[in-house]
Structure formats: structure tokens, C-alpha cells
Design a protein around this ligand. Structure first.
Ligand SMILES: O=C(O)CCC(=O)C(=O)O
Ligand SMILES: [Fe+2]
Length: 341
């Protein structure tokens, strides 16, 4: 690696440095790195972002991309970023932020035996999307995750039998699995404003994103080994789209489709569910900082479940839960009768 470098990002000479901190945030891509960086006036760029040169060729786009006027909304993740490469062809408008531009074309993950390929265009319609299930990795960055955890830790937690919760907007009653629409606690707190803004840019939302107006937030804190029984969020309580942001630790979320009446499953007891062995099960790994969207069939016809395990086994691979997982579940309270009742 050269000791000095001119980068696209701005004029000036960048110098190669060894990073002593365990985790530094790259100014260009917002991702945590360690090892080496290039700095200019004290601002650090990781060596991968420093390697971007023009013309930048990416397999997802037929034209070369250039670093032009900073700032733009990335065509891949829909987030606004200061550091982007753009297509300069007339009327094209294709933009990649540095984070998406540098995603590897192929990765190996411990929960799957096969390589996972980066897909785009028509190839990107994954097997879960057809049932209304979407997972967006790195929906928040490490800094934002730490800030969100710090702020909820300054707020009062409500202790339940095995885990702790906070409710905003409306209180969720665990006895009835419902909310009292006449008892609004207030608006959603400002610490979720950025999350709500990003949700409104969420790709693949069937609904008009502006009409989502999410108004209920449940913050769950699960210690290691604690999960959630299989359930379907009450149809009559919440609208179609349910978002869940995972923070601090990962979990495996299992989805179960029982062969008994799926549209009434909300009232099915756990005993009835476990006595009914005929269900299809699918496991999904939720990494920290990822956002899950349950909608349509995934929200109404499949139970979601977090097994009460300290260790999850996926295809013979062992994944240890962290001491704590915090989730932010965002929903819209239903103010009119549910169509399925
Ligand atoms: O913790 C999660 O991600 C899911 C929470 C959930 O399913 C619920 O509160 O109904
Ligand atoms: Fe749920």
C-alpha cells in the first residue's frame, strides 16, 4: 500500500496510518474498520474506500460510474449518502454509495454451506420476498446502534417474567395481545426519527410508504436464552407492515406455518400449536443492525418465533447468542376493523 495517496474524495494528500482503535468508522462508507486507514486533516478513510478509482465499474450497471458532486440516494439501499459514485449517462441516475459499491460479489456465511451471491435486477427477487418477508442488513451503522442502545438504557424498562420492554405510542397489553386505541401515550420518541425516515424509503413496500405512519414502538430486551413463543401479531391490533430492528446481538427467528386455520392462529394456544406437528418451519438469521419487515403472508399466515436457546444450531453450525439482544418493533395501530374477521 502506498504511504501517500491522492483520493477522489477531496484535494489533499492522504497518509497511510496504522489504526490503534479496535473499531473506527470510515468517513466514506460508515462501516467499522481496523488495521490501516488513509487520513487527511485527521479524517479517516478505510483502505477499501481509498481504493475506489474512476471509472468505477460495477456488475450491477452497464455504464461506468464516477465520483461527481457528493451526496445522492443510493439506488441499491435507498439511503442518502455523502459519498457516492454516479452514472453520468443522460437520464440514467444510477447511484451507488461507497458501502454498496464495495460489497463483495460473493460471501460465505457460517449459517449456510453455500456461497451467497450479490444479486440485483430480476435475480434479486429472493425466495422470502414472495411471502412479504424482507431483511435489510446494516439498516443502522455501529455508531447509530450504540446511540440507540444508550438512549433506551436511560429510559425506564418494564420487567416482564423473562425479558424487559418499553412501549411508546401505545402500550401493548400482553394479556390481550392488543392495544387500547383510546389510550395514546404520545408520539413516537425523536430517537426513532431517523429509523422512520429510512423506513419510508424502504424498497418493495406494497403500500404507499407515506401512509404507513407507524405509531407504536415496543423495545424488547432479551437476555441470552430467552425468546418469544410462536405467535402472529394480532390482526385486529396492527396494520399489515411490522418492522423489527435487531440491536446488540443476533438471533434466529423461526417461521412456522401450521396447517390448521391460519387466519385464526392468533387465538390458537401454545398447547394446541405444539400438539400440531404438521407445520412447515423456516429459520432466518437476524444479524444485529438488520431490519426485518413482515408483511402480507409472512405477517398473517406464518407464526414467528424466537427459540428459547442460548445456542442456535443452523445446519449443524453452532451460533452462540450474545448476552443481550434488543429489538425495536414498529407497528401501525389499526383504527378500523381487520378485513379478515
Ligand atoms: O424481537 C423481535 O424481533 C420480534 C418481536 C415480536 O415479534 C413482537 O413483539 O411481537
Ligand atoms: Fe411479533
Amino acid at each position: 500500500m502506498p504511504m501517500q495517496k491522492q483520493l477522489l474524495l477531496r484535494h489533499g494528500t492522504f497518509f497511510l496510518n496504522q489504526v490503534t482503535r479496535h473499531c473506527s468508522i470510515c468517513e466514506a462508507c460508515g462501516i467499522c474498520y481496523n488495521g490501516f486507514n488513509y487520513t487527511e486533516s485527521g479524517r479517516g478513510i478505510d483502505v477499501r474506500c481509498a481504493s475506489i478509482s474512476e471509472p468505477f465499474v460495477h456488475q450491477s450497471h452497464p455504464h461506468p460510474l464516477f465520483y461527481t458532486t457528493p451526496k445522492g440516494v443510493c439506488s441499491a439501499c435507498n439511503k442518502e449518502n455523502n459519498y457516492v459514485v454516479k452514472c453520468v449517462e443522460d437520464n440514467c441516475g444510477y447511484i451507488l454509495d461507497f458501502k454498496c459499491a464495495l460489497l463483495p460479489y460473493e460471501v460465505k456465511h457460517r449459517v449456510d454451506d453455500h456461497f451467497l451471491s450479490l444479486c440485483y435486477g430480476e435475480n434479486a427477487s429472493g425466495k422470502y420476498q414472495s411471502v412479504g418477508l424482507f431483511l435489510v442488513p446494516e439498516f443502522v451503522n455501529v455508531e447509530e446502534e450504540q446511540e440507540l442502545l444508550a438512549v433506551v438504557d436511560t429510559r425506564p424498562w418494564i420487567g416482564l417474567a423473562k425479558w424487559r420492554v418499553q412501549h411508546y405510542g401505545y402500550e401493548f397489553c400482553y394479556g390481550t395481545r392488543n392495544v387500547d386505541t383510546k389510550k395514546k401515550l404520545g408520539e413516537l420518541p425523536s430517537f426513532v426519527s431517523t429509523i422512520l425516515e429510512r423506513i419510508s424509503l424502504f424498497p418493495n413496500l406494497g403500500n404507499d410508504p407515506a401512509s404507513l405512519s407507524l405509531d407504536q414502538l415496543t423495545v424488547n430486551e432479551y437476555p441470552s436464552g430467552v425468546g418469544l413463543s410462536p405467535h402472529i401479531d394480532t390482526h385486529s391490533a396492527f396494520e399489515d407492515c411490522i418492522f423489527s430492528l435487531s440491536l446488540a446481538g443476533p438471533c434466529i427467528m423461526e417461521f412456522r406455518r401450521y396447517s390448521v386455520s391460519t387466519w385464526k392462529v392468533a387465538s390458537t394456544t401454545d398447547a394446541e400449536k405444539s400438539s400440531n406437528s404438521s407445520c412447515i418451519k423456516k429459520a432466518l438469521y437476524l444479524p444485529p443492525r438488520s431490519m426485518l419487515l413482515l408483511s402480507g403472508e409472512a405477517r398473517y399466515a406464518w407464526n414467528h418465533y424466537i427459540p428459547h436457546h442460548k445456542i442456535d444450531k443452523v445446519k449443524e453450525k453452532v451460533i452462540r447468542r450474545s448476552p443481550r439482544r434488543v429489538s425495536f418493533t414498529l407497528r401501525k395501530v389499526r383504527n378500523h376493523p381487520c378485513r379478515c374477521e
